[in-house]
Design a protein around this ligand. Structure first.
Ligand SMILES: [Mg+2]
Length: 296
């Protein structure tokens, strides 16, 4: 764990060297989306790109083509939700093996466009290729009122930490391979309306929970330059504490706020301390979240 963070840090350095001063790119690597602020516009544009990889994020044997399409878009929409934005359009690059046939690609697009219509997302284009295993890259563009995006770095000392719902369902579903939790794992629901409502309520710091609370909270605390202490974690029915703390792919939102937000579940507090350190009931919490590179 941490290998991915180290590589991301180095990539961020190489990328920063390409940035021009006065650029309309007002936020680069390090958050759920990049932010582009066109001159004179009342809106900032949000951009995110996400992989959906066979045998990493889904399996052909246990996920239908429709579910793969749904999940590919849902993962990217969750990043727009994390910033409090409205998703506008997407670009879909799909590579899949010949043996799956065109029927699979049709099912994939059915699942993807069903979700796209539900969230008012236009499919603007993409690319298509053959590959031994399914590989999807989903780019989504969203928009948010200028300067209004919720950032991982927006946390302040004393802010409460909150989540939009109980955690651990996706990990439990993956372990059990049946029931509602399994449905939840295969068809995650991006919290777009919740993200927008939080932003409108004045929340300035948020991210989505894709890699597990322990890993993602570390990232939020690090970006905010603070430590985090959590004392409660709401568990989805039947989920273990382990699944709620470390299981990924719940796609709930994690946010920090100086005051309570109605209906949201408080799990802890941001405080002075080593940036990025996460304490669970007073003791350092290991980061066991989903890290693609370390897992390999
Ligand atoms: Mg994210």
């Amino acid at each position: 764990v941490g290998d991915e963070l180290d590589l991301v840090r180095r990539i961020a350095g190489w990328s920063a060297a390409t940035l021009r001063s006065g650029s309309a790119l007002t936020l680069g690597i390090g958050d759920d989306c990049a932010i582009y602020s066109p001159d004179g516009s009342a809106e900032d544009l949000l951009f995110t790109t996400d992989f959906l990889l066979e045998d990493v994020h889904f399996e052909v044997a246990t996920h239908s083509a429709e579910e793969a399409g749904h999940k590919a878009l849902a993962r990217a929409l969750s990043d727009i939700a994390a910033m409090g934005g409205d998703p506008r359009f997407c670009l879909v690059s799909l590579a899949f093996p010949k043996k799956l046939g065109e029927r699979w690609a049709e099912g994939f697009y059915q699942g993807l466009t069903d979700l796209a219509k539900r969230f008012g997302v236009e499919v603007a284009g993409g690319d298509l290729a053959r590959q031994p295993r399914v590989l999807v890259d989903l780019v989504v563009c969203g928009a948010v009122v200028r300067g209004g995006a919720m950032l991982r770095s927006g946390g302040r000392v004393g802010d409460g930490l909150y989540v939009t719902g109980p955690l651990g369902a996706s990990a439990r579903g993956l372990a059990q391979r049946k029931g509602k939790a399994w449905d939840r794992h295969r068809r995650p629901e991006p919290r777009v309306a919740e993200g927008r409502a939080l932003r409108e309520a004045g929340v300035r710091c948020a991210m989505d929970l894709s890699d597990g609370l322990s890993m993602d909270l570390h990232r939020l605390a690090l970006a905010s330059g603070l430590a985090a202490e959590i004392t409660e974690v709401p568990r989805d029915r039947g989920a273990t504490l382990e699944q709620a703390l470390h299981g990924g792919e719940d796609y709930e939102l994690l946010f920090a706020s100086g005051r309570d937000v109605e209906g949201m579940i408080r799990i802890g507090t941001l405080r002075e301390g080593t940036a990025g350190e996460v304490l669970w009931r007073g003791k350092p919490l290991r980061r066991a979240g989903f890290d693609h590179f370390a897992r390999g």
